[in-house]
Design a protein around this ligand. Structure first.
Ligand SMILES: C[S@@+](CC[C@H](N)C(=O)[O-])C[C@H]1O[C@@H](n2cnc3c(N)ncnc32)[C@H](O)[C@@H]1O
Length: 409
């Protein structure tokens, strides 16, 4: 069987690398548009990979378990192959079944019709597997108190992939209800930006977010540095599945061991206080939100914060403030989505260009990664990025513009 991991466009390779680092699955994950696929063997061996993927992946949006993937040129094929999946082994007794899906470049193009076929095929299979039925309607009994199983189909080029969602709430919800100010980053995107930037706290490089808002980037970076599993504070629908056994409990123990190991390591190095993480924002409410979020995320006191207008910051000043000559400035400044704000956003970008990019690049020791809209950013900062990665922040297409000073490999 396979895990299907929907991810934000542009982060597929980051999620694939996370899977590899976790030793998830057999062989290399496959990368498709917006999805990463991981082979995890027969159903009997799926519990632990399902649990570990849910608990440890920082950039995946959900963990789906694929029941089957098959040619589906017509409704009969869709029905028969869906009914051949052993749903009675996959689904808890009595759960409500929700079916959703998508179709592109396929003869079966009506999503509502396919939804109805899939629903009927699952019900038929469950009834044949001996699940309790309503004596009047003959339908398999569903009890909302037992939860809702989300089954999804994905039709593309006349092939169907049928999946069970094992996450429940999407994984960017880390189980801490964050305080947010203006336009917070999604946690999965924030983690992706840190991973794309290859920030290594042990090198002493300071990560600085001068438009920190509610601190999503800094909090995600802190949790990574401390080995805190992103899903440790929340539950997952997968915990109710009949085939998982003790997998989630085992994965949680693994997560606790890893966090304790990191804590011991940092203690032995004398690094119990703040991490090399620095945030600033012009808005005092943003700093309060960051402080609250850091505390809820289990990283209180690990991030240094101060109120500042980013237009007055300079590389030399930041080196002095952070006590290091090695800086990663990673941030998403305001976008100026609304027409009236465009000029203000542009003037901020121009100020960043003047302070941080001399002769088209940052000074030695400084790297920058700026998430900004696709048009006009490089023009405003007056320099071409050495690397651009296309990403989506919600519906807004943007780029992570990366710049680096001389001396970086
Ligand atoms: C897009 S939000 C950042 C969101 C943040 N990444 C998060 O996850 O919450 C932009 C932030 O820039 C701040 N800001 C706007 N102008 C600023 C300036 N001149 N200097 C510093 N911060 C500024 C706003 O207060 C806002 O918090």
């Amino acid at each position: 069987m396979r895990l299907v991991l929907p991810v934000l466009f542009g982060l597929e390779s980051v999620t694939a690398a996370e899977c590899k680092a976790l030793g998830l699955g057999n062989g290399m994950p496959l990368v498709r548009d917006g999805r990463v696929l991981v082979d995890v063997g027969p159903l009997g061996q799926c519990g632990l990979p399902v649990a570990r993927a849910n608990l440890f992946l920082r950039t995946a949006e959900r963990v789906l378990l694929e029941g089957d993937e098959f040619p589906a040129p017509d409704f009969d094929a869709l029905f028969d192959r869906t009914a051949a999946i052993p749903w009675e082994l996959l689904l808890p007794d009595g759960v409500v079944v929700h079916v959703r899906g998508s179709s592109r470049t396929s003869r079966l193009s009506s999503v509502p019709a396919c939804q109805s076929i899939v629903r009927k095929a699952v019900a038929k299979r469950l009834a044949a597997g001996g699940r309790a039925r309503d004596p009047e309607t003959g339908l398999v009994l569903e009890d909302p108190a037992r939860g809702t199983a989300r089954i999804s189909f994905h039709l593309a080029d006349d092939r169907a992939s049928l999946c069970l969602d094992t996450s429940g709430e999407p994984l960017h919800k880390r189980g801490i209800r964050p305080e947010s100010v203006d336009a917070p980053l999604r946690e999965t995107l924030a983690a992706g930006l840190v991973l794309l930037s290859r920030w290594q706290p042990d090198t002493g490089e300071a990560l600085v977010d001068p438009f920190c808002g509610s601190g999503t980037l800094l909090v995600e970076a802190a949790r990574m540095a401390l080995g805190i599993a992103p899903g440790i504070g929340r539950g997952f629908f997968g915990e109710t599945l009949p085939f998982v056994g003790t997998a989630f409990a085992d994965a949680r123990r693994e997560a606790e061991r890893e966090a304790a190991r990191q804590e011991d390591r940092l203690r032995a190095l004398g690094r119990e206080g703040p991490l090399p993480l620095f945030g600033s924002d012009v808005d005092p409410d943003a700093l309060r939100a960051t402080r609250d979020n850091a505390a809820r995320a289990g990283v209180p006191g690990r991030i240094r914060l101060r109120q500042a207008d980013a237009r007055v910051l300079t590389p030399a000043g930041l080196m002095k403030d952070t006590g290091t000559e090695s800086l990663l400035i990673l941030t998403n400044p305001p976008y100026g989505e609304r027409l009236l704000d465009r000029a203000a956003a542009r003037s901020l970008y121009e100020a960043l260009g003047r302070s941080f990019l001399q002769g088209g690049r940052p000074p030695p020791g400084v790297r920058m990664g700026i998430l900004a809209p696709a048009d006009g950013f490089e023009d405003a900062v007056g320099a071409a990025a050495f690397r651009r990665r296309k990403l989506y922040n919600g519906m807004i297409q943007c780029y992570l513009y990366q710049f680096q000073g001389r001396g970086h490999p």
